[in-house]
Write a protein that binds this ligand. Sequence first.
Ligand code: CA
Length: 230
Amino acid sequence: MNKPTILIIEDEKNIGNYMETIVTSNGYKAVCAANGVSGLSMCTSHRPDLILLDLGLPDIDGMEVLERIRGFSAVPVIVISARTQEKEKVEALDAGADDYITKPFGSEELMARIRTAMRHSVQTVQIANSLIYCCDGLKIDFEKRLVTLDGQNVHLTQIEYKLVSLLARNAGRVLTYDCILKEIWGPFADTDNQILRVNMANIRRKLEKNPAEPHYIFTEIGVGYRMREN
Ligand code: CA
């Protein structure tokens, strides 16, 4: 069987080598590019199954590399960002990146992100069409628009239900505040997150045993929300 190929676009040699070691020891084939130009050309020549893209590259900006890739390919892209690039990673998600990981990261975290992104690229359609979300006692029946927690009905407002089902259909992936606001309140939604935060607080009161330490819906600070994947 052909091993899935991961293209690593990263100029820092030690981090590139580190990621290469992790992915190859987990059964993937790795190809590496040290700048944006060669990354783009390898994306065309190697047709990778997933791309790990550093945002801080010496030649072209990582964001531009992402936009150019999205011009011709829907391959899953995980952006690698530094702590100082908070704003860029949100922009990257809005520009079509599938996920991000912040330096420094461990092998487990990297592999979990890769597996989720890979699975979603294969299953996007199935997930979108699946009828039920089920995780640790929380069940959402999309057809009946019914939410139960440990068998008990949970009463959500229409907006709350829309929010929960949007996150559940994208379980495992981070959705940015902007993306959620547009999806729920439409393209002319206020870019203020306040309305989203208020709704999320209400949802957590209804779903989480301890809203301060959520089990189902996680906050990605400064970025958005991510729902637990089963
Ligand atoms: Ca870099």
